[in-house]
Design a protein around this ligand. Structure first.
Ligand SMILES: *[C@@H]1O[C@H](CO)[C@@H](O)[C@H](O)[C@H]1NC(C)=O
Ligand SMILES: *[C@@H]1O[C@H](CO)[C@@H](O)[C@H](O)[C@H]1NC(C)=O
Ligand SMILES: *[C@@H]1O[C@H](CO)[C@@H](O)[C@H](O)[C@H]1NC(C)=O
Ligand SMILES: *[C@@H]1O[C@H](CO)[C@@H](O)[C@H](O)[C@H]1NC(C)=O
Ligand SMILES: *[C@@H]1O[C@H](CO)[C@@H](O)[C@H](O)[C@H]1NC(C)=O
Length: 354
């Protein structure tokens, strides 16, 4: 018996950890996923906006990812559904509230965001369980990540700046846009060009190379003007982060602002010439890009959660191994000493950049 016991333990551990040994961020993770679409007007009167949420179906304790979508979270979030479901398959509960139409400026939406966070603590698990998740589903709301697209990034930035860190441990911003309108008419920004932000948090910014290219030659307006987004809220924001924040910047040079959205939406957006899109790529290249964005976010989250960054950081740092063309840069203070970055958020003084 003595020699059998360790073998059994090894086998069980081997099976248990098997998904980690073959971690591939660009493929679906090991979890089957349950999705709920919460229409607050008919289903959850306590909630002030609509929400879609995804959760692993199996019993377990999972971190939470809050996703804020384009146009300051007023777009139907279903258009990002494939990417968000993909994140969930890797073992995350994803909560994506949308239709924050009550106020115009992101700074006026912070109470509504807080209300959403509070509502999820009290209600989301039971809604997911009723929809088919295991009755032993436990969402770890103390371990939260913020994720966004476009002007949803302004909301996330403003929340951290003005409301506080809540339970956030990292943020993954895709093509973040500051300001309120694409012309910069309304002078309302989270980042400043003069000083760093007064919070520190590990961050990944994923830009699209065509973010600041017009969707047609009939207009010069773009979906993410460089002075408000990819120089301001991506590179500029990346540089405006507190110097102690570990941070990664990746630019998928060949793709456009909405190109990682669900196929049908992206094709409709391409036909409308609303934003520039990759007109050279076929379905296979698009499918690689649609895997790249959620996969990179997952690798970023795991690098902060697990003390095994050797497995995860290459997916943020080695652009030559990425499935699409990417240029990037990063500041990862622990790299020299082999220390893994950890998830955290803290208040820090702003630093004058001039
Ligand atoms: C939510 O429910 C209301 C009432 O049934 C309906 O009018 C509305 O279209 C629904 N909205 C969404 C986004 O499903
Ligand atoms: C979004 O909210 C506005 C204001 O409450 C409402 O008029 C509109 O019907 C909502 N949209 C959807 C799709 O539910
Ligand atoms: C952080 O910066 C914002 C904008 O400058 C300011 O309104 C807020 O009070 C600051 N927060 C703290 C805690 O210093
Ligand atoms: C991303 O790459 C594209 C293509 O090289 C470039 O035009 C764009 O300025 C880059 N964006 C940022 C924010 O560096
Ligand atoms: C837009 O630009 C392309 C390439 O320069 C050109 O072929 C096309 O005719 C232009 N379309 C319009 C509507 O100006």
């Amino acid at each position: 018996m003595k020699s059998v016991l360790p073998l059994v333990v090894l086998t069980v551990c081997g099976l248990w950890f098997a998904p980690c040994l073959c971690f591939d961020p660009y493929s679906p993770g090991p979890h089957a996923v349950v999705q709920v679409k919460i229409n607050h007007t008919q289903y959850a009167p306590g909630l002030s906006v609509h929400m879609s949420a995804w959760a692993p179906a199996e019993a377990g304790v999972y971190p939470v990812v809050y996703f804020f979508d384009g146009f300051q979270s007023t777009m139907p979030v279903e258009v990002y559904g494939d990417a968000l479901e993909r994140v969930s398959t890797h073992g995350f509960v994803v909560a994506a509230p949308w239709n924050f139409t009550d106020n115009f400026r992101p700074e006026e939406k912070l109470d509504a965001m807080q209300h959403v966070f509070d509502w999820t603590y009290d209600n989301l698990d039971s809604v997911l369980i009723a929809a088919g998740a295991s009755s032993d589903l436990i969402t770890d709301y103390q371990t939260a990540f913020a994720m966004s697209h476009s002007a949803g990034g302004h909301m996330v930035c403003s929340y951290l700046q003005l409301s506080g860190c809540e339970n956030f441990k990292g943020m993954a911003l895709t093509s973040p846009v500051d300001g309120v309108d694409p012309f910069g008419v309304v002078d309302d920004y989270c980042t400043s060009l003069d000083s760093t932000l007064n919070f520190s948090i590990p961050t990944i910014v994923m830009a699209a190379g065509l973010d600041d290219v017009p969707g047609s030659n009939l207009t010069s307006t773009t979906c993410a003007p460089a002075d408000m987004s990819n120089m301001r809220l991506s590179l500029r924001f990346y540089r405006a982060l507190d110097p102690d924040s570990p941070r990664w910047f990746l630019n998928a040079t060949e793709f456009g602002h909405f190109d990682y959205c669900n196929l049908l939406f992206q094709e409709a957006a391409a036909v409308s010439h609303f934003c520039a899109t990759n007109r050279e790529a076929g379905l296979l290249e698009f499918s690689k890009y649609r895997s790249f964005v959620p996969g990179t976010a997952v690798a970023f989250f795991f690098s902060l959660l697990e003390d095994d960054c050797q497995t995860y950081l290459p997916y943020l740092q080695d652009t030559s191994a990425m499935p699409v063309a990417v240029v990037g840069e990063y500041v990862n203070q622990g790299e020299a000493t082999g220390q893994c970055p950890r998830g955290y958020c803290s208040r820090v003084p702003s630093v004058d950049q001039n």
